[in-house]
Design a protein around this ligand. Structure first.
Ligand SMILES: Cc1cc2nc3c(=O)[nH]c(=O)nc-3n(C[C@H](O)[C@H](O)[C@H](O)COP(=O)(O)O)c2cc1C
Length: 208
């Protein structure tokens, strides 16, 4: 049974798992045992028909991180130019030091992509992304900060070439992770539940 203390700490982790891009200790490596502990928690997530198709590829080698950081920067530049967006200061800060990040954690699906059918895609990504999010939460609970990033998924082939990822594997998110340093984590401003929740039919906000 949960105690009120459990509830408070679980709720705190869930509501303060903010992106941490700069308040990180770039000089402190992640302990592989802690990473494995977090992955053991993450893989308690739901898993669909492809059955535990998640794979976690942790990149700590400097040369590889440098190449991947250049790719990431290219995609970010392209993405912002195409959409006429400004790169936010926190994004700039991450890009500037991405090659120094203690670990880049790629969460991959070790199953052939199912094609365009919506239900198949929902099942495919739904079998992997909950584990990725649980991993981010397990990190957060251990003072390891990260950010949910998907920009590199636009460069599947180049990333695969750097990391020897087989052709059938699909890369999803990449979590740049490191121990937090002076990060102040707070609840984000998000629309309140009653504005995004419907009961028994679209647009009907009256609960039972
Ligand atoms: C699908 C998805 C992809 C994202 N990709 C990136 C990314 O590649 N790089 C990045 O800096 N932020 C990315 N973000 C944004 C951050 O993960 C984060 O959600 C955003 O900065 C808001 O910060 P907060 O989670 O602390 O409120 C992405 C978010 C989502 C949901």
């Amino acid at each position: 049974m949960n105690t009120p203390n459990d509830l408070a700490s679980v709720d705190r982790v869930l509501s303060t798992a903010r992106s941490v891009r700069r308040k990180l200790d770039f000089d402190r490596p992640l302990d592989p045992a802690v990473v494995h502990e977090c992955i053991d928690i993450a893989t308690q997530a739901p898993t669909g028909a492809a059955g535990e198709s998640w794979r976690f590829l942790i990149v700590t080698e400097e040369g590889k991180k440098r190449v991947l950081s250049r790719l990431y920067t290219d995609v970010l530049d392209q993405f912002t130019a195409q959409r006429g967006l400004q790169i936010k200061p926190t994004q700039k800060a991450l890009v500037a030091r991405l090659h120094e990040i203690p670990a880049m954690v790629f969460v991959c699906a070790n199953a052939p992509h199912p094609g365009p059918e919506i239900a198949a895609q929902v099942a495919y990504y739904g079998s992997v992304l909950p584990a990725a999010w649980s991993l981010m939460l397990a990190f957060r609970a251990r003072h390891i900060g990260s950010t949910w990033t998907t920009l590199l998924s636009a460069r599947q082939r180049e990333v695969a070439a750097v990391l020897d990822i087989p052709d059938h594997v699909v890369q999803t998110v990449m979590l740049p992770a490191g121990y937090m340093k002076d990060a102040r984590l707070h609840r984000a401003e998000r629309a309140a539940a009653h504005t995004v929740t419907f009961w028994n039919g679209w647009d009907s906000r009256d609960g039972p």
